[in-house]
Design a protein around this ligand. Structure first.
Ligand SMILES: [Zn+2]
Ligand SMILES: [Zn+2]
Length: 172
């Protein structure tokens, strides 16, 4: 009997701990607050009889299913509505013309959404004899105040400034 009560209380507490962010049991110790909660829970909760536990389990199951069913139905309806309102996303590629602009590259006859096409085709298409190269120097050039080195913002931020090995107060 005692074992069942103990495990029951623990099961409940684990649920609560789970909300606080997962692996509470690896590494981190329980806060005094949590331990206090546990004690209270154990004291306050009388052992459920099998009957009561079955009832609870049933009602919980019923609720869960009910909510799930409602949600999924609602979800389904929303999906249907949205699909009826607009053209389905996957029809636009091969079938009807989608609202989003479809462009065909004159150099390689590839068709696609305007964003990707403009980036990788037309002027930048690999079949374009006058292909333009994307200039990487568009990136902002910055200088590290620690070692005076200059470079692209992304790399410089990663290896310089706070992370610069020439930094005097190098603690990292
Ligand atoms: Zn192309
Ligand atoms: Zn530096």
């Amino acid at each position: 009997m005692n074992k069942i009560v103990g495990s029951n209380a623990w099961a409940n507490l684990r649920e609560e701990d789970g909300l606080e962010g997962g692996n509470t049991f690896s590494g981190r110790r329980h806060t005094p607050e949590t331990i206090e909660k546990m004690k209270l829970a154990v004291i306050k909760r009388p052992p459920h009889s099998t009957e009561t536990r079955n009832k609870i389990a049933k009602s919980k199951k019923g609720q869960g299913k009910g909510i799930e069913r409602l949600r999924s139905q609602e979800h389904q309806q929303n999906l249907t509505k949205s699909l009826q309102g607009k053209a389905p996303w996957n029809v636009g590629v091969n079938g009807y013309k989608n609202k989003s602009q479809q462009l065909t590259c004159p150099h390689c006859d590839v068709t696609g959404g305007s964003g990707g096409m403009k980036r990788f085709h037309f002027d930048f298409c690999k079949n374009n004899p006058n292909k333009k190269t994307v200039k990487k120097s568009k990136q902002k050039i910055v200088m590290c105040p620690c070692c005076g080195k200059t470079g692209g913002m992304t790399n410089m931020k990663r290896f310089h400034f706070e992370n610069c090995k020439h930094q005097d107060h190098n603690e990292k």
